[in-house]
Design a protein around this ligand. Structure first.
Ligand SMILES: Nc1nc2c(ncn2[C@@H]2O[C@H](COP(=O)(O)OP(=O)(O)OP(=O)(O)O)[C@@H](O)[C@H]2O)c(=O)[nH]1
Ligand SMILES: [Mg+2]
Length: 360
């Protein structure tokens, strides 16, 4: 699961990437304009994993993970030719975007547009994405029509006609400057479109980089769309905190009365936006959180752990995290009949603890 960090030059993308991934990549005072993508994998902070780990004292504790990719040089052709094909191809397979918007003043770092205006910058990149999708949708409409006129028959024709209907719907939405995530598509339509990688169909987490004084967005930006969320963070501060040890951060948080780091909220919001939840496996060897799509079944969860577990799936023993923590042990859960035996089609719930029985 990959989130691309997008934003205008010097909005603080690399600063946020460093904070999220505890990296030390050089930040810039001016854009190099060179297209460059760098990825880092991040643990999803989860107090449930901490508690389970304290309970079972395993050799290894593994958190769910997401990947962030810092994208530099996004501005190359903005406003001239729109997103280049190369850039679009690189960001198209990503699952979602983190859109960093500059709201901080910094005399050392001139803004590309001359002054800081978060709403203007946010709209600017969104418009580029709308434009890129318009071009992509029109291309698909042309291609589909061409195949229909070339005499596609039977099932293929039927499928092409259905596709064309969806593409026309997308085209209407884009013509009204509505991102595709607001087009009211059914889950079936979305699934059908997944291969086309339209940019404005992807979830977006808008991160307003407020700079040094406050981490409140106030009314800095309005961004009211489906599958989006707006959060604020102090980029520079979070990056500096991410380079400290856990103890040092704790001292700092107590001193400044900070309840929760913005970064944890950012990672958790990313996870939610991609439509992920966690299930857990427990044992003396490892306590582990796994990524799973909301609505996925027990056999899909088994497949996430290992294909053999899905192939030879017999039953899953399921207990909820809340029940386990409330009773204090698996034995107590069994006694209270809180461990359920579930079949392949059981819909896994966030926080379920699974033990898959299988035979291959
Ligand atoms: N004062 C202040 N400066 C910041 C903050 N966040 C980033 N900067 C500075 O702004 C400059 C740009 O930050 P980067 O993180 O390199 O921005 P970027 O979006 O990656 O830039 P490009 O990759 O060139 O597009 C750097 O000099 C940072 O030190 C902040 O919260 N406050
Ligand atoms: Mg950068």
């Amino acid at each position: 699961m990959e989130l691309g960090i997008i934003g205008l030059p010097t909005s603080g993308k690399t600063t946020v990437f460093n904070a999220l991934t505890r990296s030390n990549r050089p930040t810039a005072v001016a854009s190099t304009g060179r297209l460059e993508l760098v990825s880092g994998v991040v643990d999803v902070p989860d107090i449930r994993v901490d508690r389970l780990s304290a309970m079972f004292n395993p050799l290894k504790t593994t958190y769910a993970k997401v990947t962030y990719t810092d994208i530099a040089g996004l501005d190359q052709d903005l406003g001239k030719t729109g997103l280049t094909g190369e850039l679009r191809n690189k960001i198209a397979p990503m699952d979602a975007f983190v859109h960093v918007v500059r709201a901080f003043e910094n005399d050392r770092v001139p803004h590309v547009s001359g002054n800081v205006n978060a709403q203007r910058d946010l709209n600017r990149l969104e418009e580029e994405f709308l434009l890129a999708d318009m071009i992509a949708v029109e291309t698909q409409i042309e291609r589909t029509k061409e195949r229909l006129t070339k005499g596609a028959r039977g099932d293929e024709r039927h499928k092409l006609e259905q596709d064309l209907e969806i593409f026309e719907k997308l085209s209407t939405s884009l013509a009204e400057e509505q991102p595709l995530r607001d087009a009211g598509l059914t889950p079936e339509e979305c699934a059908r479109l997944s291969g086309f990688c339209f940019l404005t169909l992807k979830p977006v987490l808008v991160l307003v980089n407020t700079g040094d004084d406050t981490a409140q967005t106030g009314d800095l930006v309005q961004f009211d769309h489906c599958s989006t969320e707006v959060l604020a963070l102090q980029g520079q501060l979070e990056m500096e905190l991410s380079q400290l040890s856990a103890e040092e951060v704790e001292v700092f948080m107590v001193e400044f009365g900070i309840q929760e780091l913005a970064l944890d909220r950012v990672i958790q919001a990313s996870y939610r936006l991609i439509g992920l939840q966690s299930f857990f496996t427990i044992g003396e060897d490892e306590v582990r959180a796994w990524n799973l799509s909301v609505g996925a079944t027990a056999v899909e969860a088994a497949d996430t752990i290992h294909t053999d577990l899905a192939r030879g799936f017999i039953r899953a023993e399921v207990v909820s995290y809340d029940d386990l923590v409330a009773t204090g042990s698996m034995a107590a859960c069994r006694k209270a009949a809180q461990v359920h035996l579930e079949g392949k089609n059981y819909i896994v719930q966030d926080g379920d603890i699974l033990h898959v029985r299988f035979s291959v």
